[in-house]
Design a protein around this ligand. Structure first.
Ligand SMILES: Cc1cc2nc3c(=O)[nH]c(=O)nc-3n(C[C@H](O)[C@H](O)[C@H](O)COP(=O)(O)OP(=O)(O)OC[C@H]3O[C@@H](n4cnc5c(N)ncnc54)[C@H](O)[C@@H]3O)c2cc1C
Length: 257
């Protein structure tokens, strides 16, 4: 029987991104036929426009572009994640592949306090953590052994996997446009969110901030009015993005003419 492996981290890897502040601005300007390249040169205007759009909930310009991530999380996080219906998903299949013996085990245990709608969590005791660890090691290993026994007996993968625990790690692709991404962050990088999905949301927020610093500033300003994002501090070069958008626009015009 294979000894199971425990991991205590969730991870998000950027596979591909095609998203920029400039695309949002150009999409907004096309509505009055003013999507000219020159307008992108005035970055303070672009930043002001994005803040206006986000603040006033004119959200469709934020639907242009996409981010694709490969996500490595336990099933109990994937279940929450995939409630975000406006993202697109593809996930490793337990019907077609043999699962890997990788399971999630947190490096702490927490205790729920408060009442429905107003919970908070406090650190558990060393005894509680010891119980969490030990019971998981026994329970997960035993369910994994059953899975392998079923496979060895020739039972189909889709049935053999039925009793694997929620801590089994899964991998999926999630593709989202900037609007879906911000909706995800709003709900999941939050105190009220499950800690493990929040750890993934923090990683997504970092990628987003790098690709779309002005949109990120608008998002932060509405979500946390006390925080002002200093765009100059941001590593990302918005002028480069603007050039890309102009290049794409020129390619499009060449093809059209
Ligand atoms: C802290 C927390 C606790 C939660 N607890 C529970 C729980 O106990 N039980 C539970 O079932 N879920 C729970 N959820 C999940 C939650 O109800 C949402 O399903 C999930 O957060 C996805 O959000 P969303 O619908 O905005 O995202 P998406 O599905 O990506 O949708 C984005 C937006 O598109 C629009 N939209 C999408 N689909 C429709 C539709 N069918 N009709 C109209 N508008 C639509 C809405 O404006 C929506 O906000 C919880 C979420 C959080 C963050």
């Amino acid at each position: 029987m294979t000894k199971v492996e425990f991991v205590d981290k969730v991870s998000v890897t950027l596979i591909e991104a095609a998203a920029s502040d400039s695309s949002v601005a150009m999409a907004a300007w096309v509505s009055n036929d003013a999507d000219s390249e020159e307008r992108l040169e005035d970055l303070s205007k672009v930043a002001g426009l994005l803040k206006f759009l986000y603040r006033e909930s004119h959200m469709s310009p934020f639907e242009h572009g996409h981010f694709t991530f490969k996500v490595d999380v336990p099933l109990f996080v994937a279940r929450e994640w995939q409630r975000h219906r406006t993202q697109s998903y593809n996930e490793v299949s337990g019907r077609y592949t043999v699962m890997k013996p990788r399971f999630f085990m947190a490096d702490e245990v927490r205790v729920q306090k408060g009442k429905m709608g107003n919970y908070h969590f406090e650190p558990g005791t060393p005894d509680q953590y010891a119980l969490y660890r030990r019971s998981k090691e026994i329970g997960v290993q035993s369910q994994w052994d059953i899975y392998e026994q079923r496979l060895e007996a020739g039972i189909a993968k889709e049935q053999a996997r039925e009793d694997l625990p929620l801590s089994l790690m899964t991998q999926f692709y999630a593709t989202m446009n900037p609007r879906n991404l911000m909706q995800f962050l709003k709900l999941r990088n939050e105190d009220s969110a499950l800690k493990e999905i929040r750890q993934a949301a923090v990683q997504i927020e970092e990628v987003f901030a790098n690709y779309m610093p002005m949109t990120y500033a608008a998002y932060v300003e509405v979500k946390h009015p006390a925080i002002v994002v200093d765009l100059k501090e941001n590593k990302f070069n918005e002028q480069e993005t603007a050039k890309n958008v102009v290049r794409n626009l020129n390619n499009y015009k060449d093809r059209r003419d």
